[in-house]
Design a protein around this ligand. Structure first.
Ligand code: FE2
Ligand code: FE2
Length: 165
């Protein structure tokens, strides 16, 4: 399957999970915690799998000045930092909602940039067979067997580009 399609599917799942938080009774902290726990883990796995599988090939194939990649790594850091802030707050507290809202806003902006710039450029520059190979690797990287191998730490954008070019 084309990695560009698989990334879109992941983004839709993220939007749905934030919508589930909207629908949850704010007093039901156990339910909020359950939804947020899965969403936070998925956001981190998705970003780390993109960093492991997608962006090295974006640098090679469709982002010659590395601007899209550097911007994406910085966005991933912003999303991870908001997740970390949410994790330090009591679920359902004002501080928790603020951090979850920051993660949502950062993620929404970032998904738009991937969907409007990164993925269109990759579709034009990488053959479908290449995108299909990348798609399989992307899905395998997120399996429960491989999830622990993903690097979910923040990364300096300039260092990331140097390491992957
Ligand atoms: Fe991303
Ligand atoms: Fe993404």
């Amino acid at each position: 399957m084309d990695i560009a399609d698989l990334v879109l599917e992941d983004h839709h799942r993220q939007r749905k999970s934030f919508a589930l938080l909207d629908e949850t009774d704010p007093a039901n902290h156990a339910r909020l915690a359950a939804i947020w726990g899965d969403l936070a883990d998925f956001l981190e796995a998705h970003a780390a799998a993109e960093e492991a599988v997608l962006y090295p090939r974006v640098l090679e194939l469709s982002d010659p000045d590395a601007s899209e990649t550097k911007d994406a790594i910085g966005d991933h850091n912003d999303i991870r930092d908001a997740i970390t802030r949410a994790t330090s707050e009591d679920v359902g507290s004002d501080g928790w909602w603020k951090a979850v809202g920051a993660a949502r806003a950062a993620n929404t902006e970032h998904m738009g940039e991937e969907e409007d710039e990164v993925l269109p450029h990759l579709r034009r520059r990488a053959a479908i067979a290449v995108r299909t190979d990348m798609g399989l690797a992307f899905e395998v990287a997120k399996t429960s067997a491989r999830r622990a191998q993903l690097d979910t730490s923040d990364k300096a954008p300039d260092d990331y580009v140097v390491e992957h070019t």
